[in-house]
Design a protein around this ligand. Sequence first.
Ligand SMILES: Nc1ncnc2c1ncn2[C@@H]1O[C@H](COP(=O)(O)OP(=O)(O)OP(=O)(O)O)[C@@H](O)[C@H]1O
Length: 612
Amino acid sequence: MTTHFIEIPSPRPEAVVDDIPKLTLEWHIQDRTVTFKNPATKEKESKAILSDVHGIAAPGQFVAIMGPSGAGKSSLLDILSGRVKDFNGSVLVNGQKWDRRMTQCTCYVIQDDLFYHTLTVKEHLLYQADLRMAPSTTLAQREARVHAVMEQLGLLKCQDSFIGNASNRGISGGERKRLSLATELLTNPSILFVDEPTSGLDSFMAESVVHELQKLANEGRTVIATIHQPSSQIFAMFDMLYLLTNGRTIYYGKANQTVDYFKAKGLNCPSYMNPSDYFMREIIIADPSSTEKVGHLLDAWKNQEALQSEVSTEKLSDIVPMTDGANLHIGLMMQLKVLCQRNIRRLLRDKMAFRARFGQSIVIALLAGLIYLRLDMSQSAIQSYLGALFFITLNQGMLAANSEFVLIPLELPIMLREYEAGLYGSTMWYIAKNISELLVQFFFPMVFLLPLYYLIGFGRFSNDSTDLFFTFYLILSLVTSASVGIGYMVSCAVRRADLAPMIGIVTLMPFVLFGGLLVNTDDTPVYFIWLEYLSPIKYGYRALNRAFWTTIPSIPCAAGQRCAAVNGLQVLENASLNEHSLLYDSLLLIAINIGFRFLGLIALLFTVHKKK
Ligand SMILES: Nc1ncnc2c1ncn2[C@@H]1O[C@H](COP(=O)(O)OP(=O)(O)OP(=O)(O)O)[C@@H](O)[C@H]1O
């Protein structure tokens, strides 16, 4: 008989790990129907994406779910892993209903490997161990576990390499996939759900990742993976094959018996052809003749469907997950600490972003400093000073908000993934982000202000130039922080890196218009007054002006000349900037900052709620 398989030496049961609870998963799905709005007809439509789908996966088995595109593979995996609960039918673990405790014995390895690219492999795993492992574990135990999973998945040699991303080359695609697996293995799960572990990998990398999955199954775990176009070598590593087409099961059984099964149904896989390619071609529904052929195959499977795998006898009540069911989550303070530490480390590591922001601050400061270099105090200079102070406030506000418009949407998928894995609440992530990034909001205003202040010479007319400098610095830091608050609010609400900057600019523009220079406060239309109250630019600009002009006792005014103002106080009065004290504006900057951040949190909670 022609063989379609290549023998791959496999690390069989001698590697079985005793302390993994043995879990058998059994599913009987009558149907899963989705309702959606048809964009063409604008009508609501229902579509059955899975019907009459049954199966069983035992400990030690590596089950591959395959089928043409749209067959329902990911939908099935979502149901089996408990991510989707809206279906008719049941999913049982060792014969009992899936409960929350069991979730701790399973993991879901997603297709998109999402990481903070400036962390190293080992750092990423250590933070994950801090977040995932039971609070009763010691640091030494967590480090030992991280070392063990790195060793298990062949990541030791790249443990100190940056993970990287598309623009900063880091570890390879295969290593990223293995890192995704390693992350989930930290808690030693019994059942692994893996969504397309080989996508985007070359054949060698794909094989090495599937080999790791095979090893994990051989250790006594139940591994269920959706796989696209496996090579013959990869196909030979599957224990069980679950073939779906059009939302229905067309075959489920031993992978190495598939060829014989289909041969008996009249589909003889040609010698030396990859069996998976052959089946995919034969079970795809493309035209009326294939509809009829596939219909016969579906009926044939239905007639002989018998799930023979043995159900594990281990009782669910005896199973103690490694994460220690009673005390799964680390405390809130520990979550906050780990999230803050991780955020600070990844930000400090992002040297490119740091240099770009640093360079941007210096270049703009030098440019503005040279334009307004050592301005004299004269009637014509009043306008220039007002312009310089507005530009300084505007620049800090715009730059600070702008960078957040893009950064949060890029970070949200990582947060959502970790949130779904139950590592922390979204509020805790947001609080940690707010705290850990505060330092940055006080650093860059200093970089910007230091050269600019002395180039323009704001302190020349003051008795205490240093005091004025630090007043300027404090105001600019508060403007920066409030603008970051706007950035958080907009990006948490919009959630898309391509749209958030556009919406962000539209949000900022009214704050700029009513910032105090372009429209005199006394001339603001009544129906837009509320925008003035929310503008950090206005409070910042007004506070800077008050700090500066109160140091100007007189402005030269020649006899017969029409003078706009003869001292600083008059300038403030003419521009309607004399209404409130510096403390008042500073407190309002803090208040709107808290308000924007609070709205950002509400938007984030809404995003998370919608994802559920
Ligand atoms: N929420 C939804 N609304 C509308 N259609 C959906 C929804 N979820 C899934 N589908 C449809 O159900 C079918 C199965 O989708 P699923 O993603 O499970 O297929 P798949 O086999 O994983 O496909 P692929 O291999 O291309 O990823 C597809 O036709 C898909 O368009």
